[in-house]
Write a protein that binds this ligand. Sequence first.
Ligand code: NDP
Length: 332
Amino acid sequence: NRSIKLVSRPQGMPTYENFELVTNSLPTINEGELLIRTIYLSVDPYMRGRMNGVKTYVDPFQLNEVLIGGVVGEVVESKNNDFKTGEIVEGRLGWSDFSVSNGSNIRKIDPTLAPISTSLGVVGMPGLTAYFGLLDIGKAKEGETVVISGAAGAVGMVAGQIAKIKGCRVIGIAGSEEKVNYLSNQLGFDQTINYKTENVLDALKAACPSGVDIYFDNVGGEISDAVIKLINYKARIIVCGQISQYNNEQIETGPRIQGQLIQRSALMQGFIVSDYADRFGEGYRQLGKWVKEGRLQYRENVVDGLENAPDAFIGLFRGDNIGKQLVRVSEE
Ligand code: NDP
């Protein structure tokens, strides 16, 4: 049973030396437990924060322990009456070929509804994040102008499409021509901005002649500084992620934006998707329905091999992925 451990804490951008692939014997299960074969694992930006060794809203990863993340896999042995061999489950499990669970940290996935990989993406945690952020905090309404940063990623891509479903005008900001072309041509975003080649503020002014009603922020930093300059009266700023800051050793201070919030009577709210845990059922149902109806498209960037999980994780900060970044650990 191979696993990936965190062996040192990243300073700035994570490197391969922070991770180690180890091999141990297959775990045995006790009464009440089950053994899960990992099929896909999810690499997520929030894991970077857990690598720092500082408690935030979750405990930090311990050094020399197996990393924990989103996993979908198959039950291969069960001594738990609620789970049968052959069932597909999703939950927070180890970055390993096999994991043991007592059933409390996993949910069952129906593989006939959608490909099981979507339980880690569009109909999983990132999809829920987009759904509750945009609708509960953003309160997106028809005709409003919505700007999304990190728009070609797992969360951003779903947020932009939900905004389109709600009848909004959607502007997506992402870091390559391939990404912005995909958003415009495939997902129907109204305008896109490549922040690596364009002046974001100038491009936003041209794309949002009547200002910004909702800003779904996945990245923070200078991109957000530019968007916030253009917010309208009663604008909503959904602070979902700040990936541009996650590798910073020191917290940046940027332009002071509170004046903008006062002048525009705007709302800026952060959140963690688990704030909505009691409404996950609603989110899964609605996202699944939109996917089934073809109104919500998804894309996955799949890398093969557990040994390549660290590189896939580091790739999030290079912008390697279009859509949800996954690692295929074994065959479905
Ligand atoms: P993504 O699939 O969006 O992957 C990360 C993307 O971020 C990259 O592809 C890259 O795209 C972009 N990026 C990386 N570095 C920078 C940078 N310096 N400046 C601007 N963009 C950058 O990840 P997720 O969809 O999983 O997550 C998106 C955000 O949402 C993250 O900030 C994450 O932490 C947050 N999040 C928050 C949750 C919550 O509960 N609040 C839950 C889940 C996610 P590009 O090529 O465009 O640069």
